[in-house]
Design a protein. Structure first.
Length: 347
């Protein structure tokens, strides 16, 4: 997160806070009227996700928050490895510094995922603390359906863009050049828009599966994706607003109308996903006793539970002593027999 803040501070120092903010939300296009920027709306989203992971660091959901932050960082920074080494980006100011930032972000993202996986503790007793809370059943299903629907919508739009931007006349603006980043966006740390669409759709499917299964991981990952969808939808609507085409349905083509309606739906869906996954489930996995496995009845000696204090031997009636302890010896027991045990045998 520190590198993101440094890059944001650099942009604010160069072009001012107002122009930087307007560029983030799509009111000013990158490189128009001011110097080249290093950050975009993606960096703003990542900072919000990192702050959420820091807040959750001391909570049971810390592992899921770290995995969500690591996945978003890895997928959104990966294209920079080849974009910032292309000949077309040679000579850009601070290109090498941006490349080192991307490499550091990728290493940190992998480290976050590994640390979250290695540090995930099994809750074996009340002393281990509460387990991560799963999402509530009804809201989890609704959130999963919304995430899956948004993923399908994103794939449908990508199919449309592939058909639209693959003709020979598109030249440098062909779909695959924009997808791979061979057509630079004008922002050093910005991943290609088509790449982000595919990455977000993939993560939406993963979060939806987690939500349907009511896994604790669904809450941090789905919440992060809710913010992502909300941010990019607001950006798209602002671009139309800047061009004075927002909701001007009589003056724009059908694809633009559908794009604006899709962005509105993403705003609503993103907010709903955040609110739905904020509801914690009440049926957490049971926490067994100190010696028991999940679901074992605590306090049952011989069923992996905490063994009870042994009852005095003489108080145990014949034939009903606990778990095989010997009954009182009969009177005709040989006088040279070994002494009787004073306590029930332990495991």
């Amino acid at each position: 997160m520190a590198t993101e803040i440094v890059w944001m501070g650099r942009d604010i120092g160069n072009v001012g806070f107002k122009d930087t903010l307007l560029s983030w939300i799509g009111r000013i296009f990158a490189g128009q009227g001011h110097a080249l920027l290093g950050t975009s709306i993606t960096d703003l989203v990542l900072v919000v996700v990192y702050l959420g992971a820091l807040v959750a660091a001391a909570r049971p959901s810390a592992a899921g928050a770290f995995v969500a932050a690591g996945l978003l960082t890895f997928l959104y920074r990966l294209p920079l490895l080849w974009i910032l080494t292309e000949d077309i980006t040679e000579g850009l100011p601070l290109r090498d510094r941006a490349l080192y930032t991307a490499i550091g972000a990728l290493i940190a993202s992998v480290a976050l995922i590994v640390i979250a996986a290695a540090g995930r503790r099994l809750v074996l007793s009340p002393a281990d603390g509460p387990p991560p809370a799963p999402p509530r059943t009804g809201p989890a299903v609704v959130a999963g359906l919304l995430l899956m629907l948004l993923a399908l919508v994103a794939v449908a739009w990508e199919a449309y863009y592939i058909d639209r931007f693959t003709s020979d006349r598109m030249g440098p603006f062909s779909y695959w050049r924009q997808f791979s980043g061979q057509q630079p966006s004008g922002i050093l740390l910005a991943a290609p828009g088509f790449w982000i669409d595919w990455a977000t759709a993939l993560l939406c499917v993963v979060a939806a599966v987690q939500a349907f299964a009511r896994k604790p991981m669904a809450r941090p990952l789905g919440t992060a994706l809710g913010w992502v969808l909300l941010a990019y939808a607001v950006y798209t609507l602002n671009v139309y607003s800047k061009q004075k085409l927002l909701f001007e349905f009589d003056d724009i083509r059908t694809p633009d109308i559908l794009q604006q309606l899709t962005s509105l739906a993403e705003v609503v869906a993103g907010l709903l996903i955040i609110l739905l996954l904020a509801l914690r489930g009440t049926d957490r996995p049971p926490v067994p006793g100190a010696w028991g496995p999940p679901g074992a009845p605590g306090g049952q000696y011989g069923a992996w539970g905490t063994p009870p204090a042994p009852a005095p031997y003489n108080d145990a009636p014949y034939g009903r002593s606990p778990f095989g302890s010997p009954p009182p010896l009969p009177p005709e027991y040989p006088p040279n027999a070994p002494p009787r045990p004073q306590t029930p045998p332990s495991w």
